[in-house]
Every structure is written in C-alpha cells, then in structure tokens.
Design a protein around this ligand. Structure first.
Ligand code: PGA
Length: 253
C-alpha cells in the first residue's frame, strides 16, 4: 500500500499568492518521490488555484477540509460532496477536533461522513482523545469510531475510509502540545484495528488505512513510521514547503 500524506492547511496561507507559492514549491519538491500519495487540503476558496498547479501530477491530489452534512438544498454558505467531487476534489477531512470544538456533534460527523462517502469522496475521519491519559482511551476511540460510521454501507467504508489517530493534545497549535510517542501510536493503532475487525470484519482491519496526526515534522516522521502507520496528517509543518517536502521524503524511505 502506498503511504498517504495529507496536508491540512487549515485557514492558511493568508492570501491567494501565498497559496500558489506554497503549492508550486511543494509540487516541484515532491515530483520525483514515488510510492507516496500526497493530498493537499487548502481552504475551499483556493481549491481551484491549487488544482491548476497540481494538474497532471500523479502523486499529488486535491482535498478539502470540510463538507456539508446534507446532499443538496437551501443551505447558505455550505458546500456539498457532489460539488467538491465535480471540481476534482477526491478527499475530505471529517471530524477534525477543531471542527468538533466549533460545535460539530457526533451526529453531524456521522452525516458528513455519509454524505462524503455516498458523494464519491474518500473521507479522512479524525479520532483522538482530549487529554494525555491512557485511561479510558480505548473507550473514547471506540465511541468516536462507532458513532461516525454508524449506518454507513460497509462497501463504502472498506473502499473510501481513511482513519487518522490524532490526539488533540498533540496538535501543534494547542497550548502545551507535544507529539505523541511512536509506541503509543502503535498501541492505539492496534486498538483501532481491533475495533474495525469487530465491526466490519477482517478485510476492514487490514485494508482501511490508519494515519497519525499531531505535531508531525521532518524530525519525528521516521520514528512514527516505525509504528507501522499508513501515513500522516500534517498541519503546521505542511505550511513550510521545505519541511513538508522533507516529511514526504523521509516517509517514503
Ligand atoms: P499539526 O496539526 O500537524 O500542526 O499538529 C495537525 C492537524 O490538526 O490536522
């Protein structure tokens, strides 16, 4: 399986010209790297600009950071999975802790995941605990996974779901954050695989990619790779082309 790297640019960069500069530098820097599937997730507004820059590049794809929880209709300011798909977006992030903090409930996340998958997108489901404590971790992980995938067709989950284990305390922009350690990431991956096996069966446990996110940088990526992870969701470090290119290179080794 190719390793997956997703760049979550969040509400960055500040301007269209900075977006183009970043996208060009990344595209150029990773062009010779094989066996990696890179997806850039710019703010909605800049998706088309990034699409032009990455056009015809086999190893870089286009993603989005959000999708609405209904398929179509009168929802001012929202964007549907079908609309995203129609302009070439292939993947969307769902259940990110920053969106949960803005009020997205488990029910909404379930609806968004369903809309994304039924709309033909791959969906990256973020799961992770708030506090750095192993106590209750397996319960939190299981509850977030179960509630998000509830009622969604197994075949869609098998083919289009990507899970990111992203402990909230490890996200670089959260106060006092620090990266998780590879051993804990390994153990949590096992918990997730066990749950996938229970709910969706053996194929799901081996086939659904599990990534890690939370303060991933060019220095710690190799260590995390050893935890048997299928790839990474990168926030802050993806805004620096040099650092991001190194992350991709080291992950590809
Ligand atoms: P970070 O962000 O890499 O800056 O910790 C990751 C994320 O929030 O997706």
């Amino acid at each position: 399986m190719k390793k997956i790297i997703i760049a979550n640019w969040k509400m960055n960069p500040r301007t269209a010209s900075e977006v183009k500069m970043l996208a060009r530098a990344v595209t150029e820097g990773v062009k010779k790297i094989k066996n990696m599937e890179i997806t850039l997730c710019p703010p909605f507004l800049f998706v088309s600009a990034v699409k032009k820059i990455i056009a015809n590049k086999k190893n870089i794809k286009l993603g989005a950071q959000n999708v609405f929880s209904e398929k179509a209709g009168a929802f001012t300011g929202e964007i549907s999975a079908t609309q995203l798909k129609s302009i070439g977006v292939g993947l969307v992030i769902v259940g990110h802790s920053e969106r949960r903090a803005l009020g997205e409930s488990k029910e909404i996340i379930n609806k968004k995941l369903r809309c994304a998958l039924e709309g033909g997108l791959n969906a990256v489901l973020c799961i992770g605990e708030k506090e750095k404590s192993k106590e209750g971790l397996s319960g939190i992980i299981r509850e977030e996974l179960y509630s998000a995938i509830k009622g969604i067709k197994k075949s869609l989950l098998l083919n289009k779901l990507i899970i990111v284990y992203e402990p909230i305390w490890a996200i670089s922009t959260n106060p006092g954050s620090e990266p998780d350690d590879p051993q804990n990431v390994y153990e949590t991956t096992i918990l997730l695989k066990r749950d996938l096996l229970k709910i969706l069966g053996r194929r799901a446990a081996s086939q659904i990619p599990i990534l890690y996110g939370g303060s991933v940088n060019e220095k710690n990526v190799v260590g995390f790779k050893k935890s048997g992870i299928d790839g990474f969701l990168v926030g802050s470090a993806s805004l620096n082309a040099g650092k991001f290119i190194k992350i991709v290179k080291f992950a590809a080794l």
